[in-house]
Write a protein that binds this ligand. Structure first.
Ligand SMILES: Nc1ncnc2c1ncn2[C@@H]1O[C@H](COP(=O)(O)OP(=O)(O)OP(=O)(O)O)[C@@H](O)[C@H]1O
Ligand SMILES: [Mg+2]
Length: 515
């Protein structure tokens, strides 16, 4: 019968210690504690006095003690020095029996710490890529000398320490990155909040002032807002301003373009759909629910089908959504802002829009003026876009020539502010000089600024205009303004201009302004 060896530090104990550490490697989040435990096991099982885990600081070329049992001061030294330095360079374990007799020993650490090193067992720490990242060192075996068995055990511990270290580096990298992301997110959020207030709606015209003031007054509330206006008049810009000025600003702003939703998908997109409603269908949260706590912006609401309108109305009345294939309704808290370029009253007459839904949406109505109604703001908007795009494109364009500004002011802008924005962007790219000239503008604008009547054939750019040219230009401009202000009501426009109704019609014909 074989006698069982039962020393206090038997192989079984060491094995148990290694298994225990392995288990902790997977669960322990406090890596320093784990490293300390590893160092502890080393001194305990080797019956030694001290254990230190040195990490290589590659940039500085130094070794520093991450864990140093029995040492109060921080230790840091040139990574080429001492037994640890030699192990680092050789990449192999080393046992030094009498420290002060070894040429490798670096006594100045002893003099700083006041410790007396007698013998040393030092092994390299390797990461999974087998790169040496530090040194594991055990000092002063109390009885006798360090053995090969001790060396094997410390090597096994060193492997585990290396894994713990790598994990701790990865974790701290992750934490740093997460902190950076949190900060970046806060920064971006603040930037967005600042960008989308009613101050982002530029213009000093009374109609624009009114838009800003209504937004200001309704932002604090949760009432529904309907924004109408032609294409490119800033409906979405206003919707964002409402959201980012409201107490909901930290919650989502979800914009849905109803016109872009294919009919079969409208309901699942808006209300959500349960998995397996049809073969291959995955579970999908609806857009309404994803706006929970925030603002739902339904753009082009005039294009929503009657079925979807009925369901939307239900959501607004009950404040809950029912998923397609869902078992029970989910409560939602949304603020609704809707926009359209259609005349909803006309749509109601044609039975294409539900009147009850209209009343729900139209609690507050904001009408975005067409750009031709607010011509006085054209220079301001143009300058704003000019600065924006010069910076973005990287061209040093200083401004617009007087003629170019006049051209912009005379044009009728069917595409409104968006068209103006694109026009300026184009001109910034094309401009030959540091000032945008009339010839940098696109054809329709250049042509429209010149009189159209037979007698006044278009003049070439730069040629002097006659008094008659100028009067005609002014006349066209004033007629356009009056038509803009009155939504093309010819009788009211004629009154503003001091003309008879027929007189205005004649001029409209003569200048080709009938539409
Ligand atoms: N008053 C304004 N001040 C500054 N920028 C404006 C203004 N009005 C509109 N814009 C800009 O014009 C562009 C078009 O605006 P927006 O998309 O809000 O218009 P829209 O009415 O929603 O257009 P559409 O009907 O085509 O969807 C955007 O780049 C917007 O920033
Ligand atoms: Mg829009």
């Amino acid at each position: 019968m074989r006698a069982e060896i039962r020393s206090p530090h038997s192989i079984l104990d060491k094995y148990t210690a290694l298994v225990d550490i392995s288990c902790r490697l997977n669960s322990e989040k406090n890596f320093d504690q784990l490293l300390k435990l590893i160092a502890d096991e080393a001194t305990k099982h080797l019956d030694a006095e001290r254990a230190t885990i040195f990490i290589l600081d590659k940039e500085k070329g130094e070794l520093w003690a991450k864990i140093a049992l029995g040492v109060s001061d921080t230790i840091r030294f040139d990574s080429r020095l001492g037994v640890a330095g030699a192990v680092l360079i050789a990449g192999k374990p080393m046992i030094v029996e009498d420290a002060y007799k070894s040429p490798l020993f670096y006594p100045s650490i002893d003099s700083t710490t006041g410790y007396h090193t007698r013998n040393v067992l030092s092994v390299p720490l390797r990461n999974p890529k087998q790169e040496v990242i530090g040194v594991f060192q055990v000092l002063n075996k109390k009885d006798g000398r360090f053995t090969t068995e001790d060396e094997h055990f410390v090597l096994a511990l060193a492997n585990q320490a290396a894994v713990a270290l790598e994990n701790s580096f990865a974790l701290s990298d992750l934490e740093t990155r997460q902190q950076e992301l949190i900060q970046e997110n806060q920064h971006l959020r603040k930037e967005i909040e600042e960008r989308f207030t009613n101050k982002s709606i530029l213009g000093t015209n009374a109609k624009i002032n009114e838009v800003r003031s209504v937004i200001d007054k309704t932002a604090e509330t949760t009432v529904s807002v309907l924004i109408t206006g032609e294409n490119g008049t800033g409906k979405e810009l206003s919707a964002r301003a409402i959201h980012y000025m409201s107490p909901r600003r930290a919650k989502p702003f979800v914009a849905v373009n109803c016109a872009a939703l294919p009919e079969p998908l409208v309901e699942s997109e808006l209300f959500g759909i349960e998995k397996g409603v049809a073969t291959g269908v995955e579970r999908r949260v609806g857009r309404i629910e994803s706006a929970n706590g925030g603002t739902l912006f339904l753009d082009e609401i005039g294009d929503l089908s009657l079925t979807a309108q009925a369901k939307l109305l239900r959501v607004l009345q009950e404040r809950e959504v029912e998923w397609v294939g869902g078992r029970r309704p989910i409560p939602v808290d949304i603020r609704l802002v809707a926009a359209t370029n259609k005349d909803l009253k006309e749509e109601i007459k044609q039975n294409r829009f539900r009147q009850d839904l209209f009343f729900r949406l139209n609690v507050i109505h904001i009408r975005m003026p067409a750009l031709r109604e607010i011509r006085s703001d054209i220079p301001l908007l143009a300058t704003y876009f000019l600065r924006k795009y010069s910076k973005e494109i990287g061209r040093d364009i200083q401004g617009l020539s007087q003629d170019a500004t006049k051209g912009l002011m005379a044009y009728h802008w069917p595409g409104n502010v968006r068209e103006l924005e694109n026009e300026i962007k184009r001109a910034v790219v094309l401009a030959a000089a540091r000032e945008i000239q009339v010839q940098d503008l696109s054809d329709p604008i250049r042509e429209e600024r010149l009189p159209i009547s037979d007698a006044d054939s278009p003049k070439k750019n730069g040629e002097k205009q006659t008094l008659k040219d100028r009067v005609t230009t002014l006349e066209i401009q004033m007629i356009r303004d009056a038509m803009g202000q009155t939504d093309s009501d010819r009788r009211r426009a004629a009154k503003i201009l001091g003309l008879s109704h027929q007189g205005l019609i004649n001029k409209l014909k003569r200048y080709g302004l009938e539409d």
